[in-house]
Ligand binder design. Sequence first.
Ligand SMILES: Cc1cc2nc3c(=O)[nH]c(=O)nc-3n(C[C@H](O)[C@H](O)[C@H](O)COP(=O)(O)OP(=O)(O)OC[C@H]3O[C@@H](n4cnc5c(N)ncnc54)[C@H](O)[C@@H]3O)c2cc1C
Length: 435
Amino acid sequence: MAATHNQEPTQLFWFRRDLRLNDNHGLFSALNNGKVIACFVWDRDLLNTLQLDNPRVNFIHQSVCEIKQQLQLIGSDLIVLYGNTQEQLLKLLTTYKIKTLHWNEDYEPWAIIRDQQIQKDFMDYEIHCKMYKDQTIFAKREILTQQSKPYSVYSAYKNTWLKKLAHEGCQSYLSENLLTNFHQLQPQKDDFTPLQHGFEQLPALTGGATQAQQRLLNFTSKLATYNLNRDYPFQDLTSYIGVDLRFGTLSIRQAVQLATSQNNDGSLTWLSELIWRDFFSQVLFNFPYVVTQAFRIEYNNLAYTNNPVWFTAWCNGQTGFPIVDAGMRQLNQTGFMHNRVRMICASFLCKDLLIDWRWGETYFAKKLLDYDLASNNGNWQWCASTGCDAQPYFRIFNPYLQSQKFDPDGEYIRKFIPELSHLDNKTIHCPSNAD
Ligand SMILES: Cc1cc2nc3c(=O)[nH]c(=O)nc-3n(C[C@H](O)[C@H](O)[C@H](O)COP(=O)(O)OP(=O)(O)OC[C@H]3O[C@@H](n4cnc5c(N)ncnc54)[C@H](O)[C@@H]3O)c2cc1C
């Protein structure tokens, strides 16, 4: 079990939402500081809160297994632990002489509290913890207004973000060039499998950095026309890297480098989407109350009717509105939903069914493979008109018009609602109009 040099002071790197060996800021710094051992912890308490059809557990497992295999190939290993995170990390101190614990920052409120506690626990043993920005290009309070306040309007944030990027660039951290600094380790036991804990294997995207690179590569030829194609859910023309950015199987810097390597309408539009992700991350960090409340607190007590029967119909894709039902069925079957349809389904829930956006947000959180608290919350609040930079409350997506515009031949609807596939291209958007 022990490192071959277990009495030598060691750097410990803790993998979390950064499941890759390449361009990993925290790992790069750890490897630059000396010999490294790396660990990943399956947090028992967190797993216990998840439903067994959660699509993300298998994705994480595949990604962790890939890192383990890659490290074994160079004579090291990934130490995979299961239990209470704090206890498991502290237990490593009984086997290894750890000098510094390194990790990449996580900006979710609960993670910030956990990390502060772990830092304190390790300080009690006189072990320093070092944290790094890796998840976003700019984080926390790096981008502020002239009044030194966090932005709440996307367009202004984006302008400042672009200026800062032009000034500072987007540097990679080539951790992949330092892998010889991993400690040689005997193969480590790893008993955890999602199946053994009851988690189902869904037909979702496969985890691991290799697959993430493949997804980015597949998208490269689609980038220049992304602005023209991204809104059509029947086409396969977005990147599908949301989950890779969520779990760090792809570096955000690599995505931004791809976007800035071209200068066309497609690449500029895609870069704007990546900036939305940074924007919502800083909203969550600076206004953590949004987790439970409306960003615009005057909208906290909207008179939703919250009809539970309608909510169940929405969840199951049985509202009778084809584009909404197709979207919800795509989500339930694959763990993914096209962005345009996410907007249609969210708007429909809040503004047609008059159901609280938090109900929809929670359902998406259970089902989405790329679920990310900051992006999910920010987008739901945007759709519900309660958020920062909200669309005005009187802008309501008409599901029929959206369907005709973005799925004109009903291809997407036919794929997920086969019982409507016999309808012609006009009627399929609104079957109640059929003769
Ligand atoms: C109601 C609702 C809920 C959403 N929940 C999530 C979520 O939980 N996690 C999530 O990553 N995205 C969420 N989004 C944003 C968006 O739908 C997804 O990021 C996108 O569909 C993922 O597909 P893709 O990787 O092919 O994206 P692409 O179109 O290829 O975009 C590239 C990347 O840019 C980022 N991005 C794109 N659009 C947005 C956006 N509107 N806000 C923030 N980042 C964006 C994502 O990281 C995405 O992977 C939500 C949108 C809506 C309307």
